[in-house]
Design a protein. Structure first.
Length: 422
């Protein structure tokens, strides 16, 4: 136990260190990008991510989450290959559907200006979905240094291509740059997993069917809720695009790129290390609360720092770094600071629910999260700030409830361990 805790801490610090360096690259590039691209072009990127992020979770059927669970590498390898096969198949099917119904979808989104982001989204589905099983193989092998390097390659690719295309005045440079970064991410991921013993062959369909059946609770109970939960993050983009103008959407997207995406990267880094740790702890029959309390303390300190900085000087910081036209994004960041901070604390701890076999409880929360935010779209909002204030209150309450759910199940697990078995 004493050696496991330092190992977990080292893994977290390795991932967070790599993530911090990876996030420094787009943050350094952002002041140049905001002067090369207009808010409307950031709005187009927001639409691309709003479509791709939720659907990319569907393409592997959530089987990517199972890669860390089996004791045997052979079974984990089969599950990863199953996820890869599904990613390619489902992405191609989605591409056909989007192409056939492109006029309908562009009408739902933001008119003709949504066509390019929509047409590019299947490429992003495929890249995001293909990488998920590979990344979970690296988690299984505790290859956290390699994962940090991969993130640096991704963000460097996004920043470099976006800057070069921006200098040439290419209109869709942000969109192409983002996809190029993900392509580099997948390419280096393929190399990393091969070095860590992953085999892409044989494609044993019988073994895949057996593995799919054994872990069928993941697509049955987590695929749709996970998509809905991620789609919840996309709904404000769609609503702002419909009710207001492209500039509002672009301001909102820069706010999220600058605040939410780095927070998400940091949270994901902790979560990936905690996923392996939680699964191992439950399998070995050890208590969960010591690591959970430590995680809350570390993440809570980071969250408090984020809230303090955004409340004290969000608009000023955005104006200073990105230019005076982006101070509105700083106002949005101030409004959304609390729910983003709560997300940083709570979401990285959710692998504990999967390790405890409480995937249904988490799925119910995800559905409730989607429904609660979707209800806000039924009201008429005269100002984007009014909508964001109510959204912030709703999201804060929901993340607090999720945190209490995680704490309760961890406490119950440890209490059962303390009961002597006759």
């Amino acid at each position: 136990m004493s050696s496991a805790a330092p190992s977990f801490t080292r893994n977290v610090l390795t991932l967070m260190g790599g993530t911090a360096m990876a996030q420094a690259i787009p943050l350094l590039a952002s002041p140049f990008l905001t002067r090369l691209y207009a808010p409307e072009q950031f709005g187009a990127l927001a639409l691309l991510l709003a479509v791709a992020n939720p659907l990319s979770l569907l393409v592997c059927g959530r089987y990517e989450l199972t890669v860390v669970l089996p004791r045997e590498d052979d079974k984990a390898n089969v599950l990863a290959r199953l996820g890869l096969l599904l990613a390619v198949t489902v992405s191609l099917l989605l591409a056909v559907v989007i192409w056939l119904l492109r006029d309908v979808f562009t009408g739902w989104l933001d008119g003709a200006t949504a066509l390019v982001p929509l047409m590019l989204s299947p490429a992003l589905f495929l890249l995001m979905g293909f990488f998920q099983p590979l990344n979970n193989w690296l988690i299984r092998k505790q290859a956290f240094r390699a994962m940090g390097l991969n993130k640096m390659v991704q963000t460097s690719g996004i920043a470099l291509v976006s800057l070069v295309l921006g200098l040439t005045s290419y209109q869709h440079g942000l969109l192409v740059g983002y996809i190029a970064g993900w392509a580099a991410f997948v390419a280096i991921g393929v190399l990393q997993v091969r070095w860590k013993g992953f085999r892409f062959r044989p494609l044993d369909l019988a073994a895949m069917r057996a593995a799919a059946n054994e872990f069928r609770s993941f697509p049955l109970y987590n695929a749709l809720p996970a998509v809905l939960s991620t789609a919840t993050l996309s709904m404000p983009v769609f609503l702002l695009a419909q009710l207001f103008d492209k500039e509002v959407t672009g301001q909102f997207n820069l706010c999220r790129q600058t605040i939410l995406l780095p927070v998400t990267f940091m949270a994901t880094s902790f979560m990936q290390a905690y996923m392996q740790r939680a699964s191992q702890t439950v399998a070995e029959g050890l208590p969960l609360m010591p690591t959970l309390r430590g995680g809350v303390r570390v993440l809570g300190a980071m969250a408090l720092a984020l809230v303090a900085v955004m409340l004290a000087g969000g608009p000023w910081l955005f104006g200073l770094v990105f230019g005076e036209q982006w101070t509105v994004a700083g106002e949005y960041a101030r409004i959304l600071a609390l729910p983003i901070a709560l997300q940083l604390v709570v979401v990285p701890l959710t692998p504990l629910l999967s390790a405890l076999g409480r995937i249904r409880d988490y799925s119910l929360w995800q559905v409730g999260y989607f429904a609660s935010v979707a209800l806000l779209g039924l009201f008429a909002w005269s100002l984007p700030e009014d909508y964001l204030l109510v959204l912030a209150a709703v999201e804060s309450l929901l993340f607090i409830l999720l945190g209490l759910l995680i704490w309760r199940h961890a406490s119950r697990h440890d209490a059962q361990l303390a009961v002597p078995h006759g």
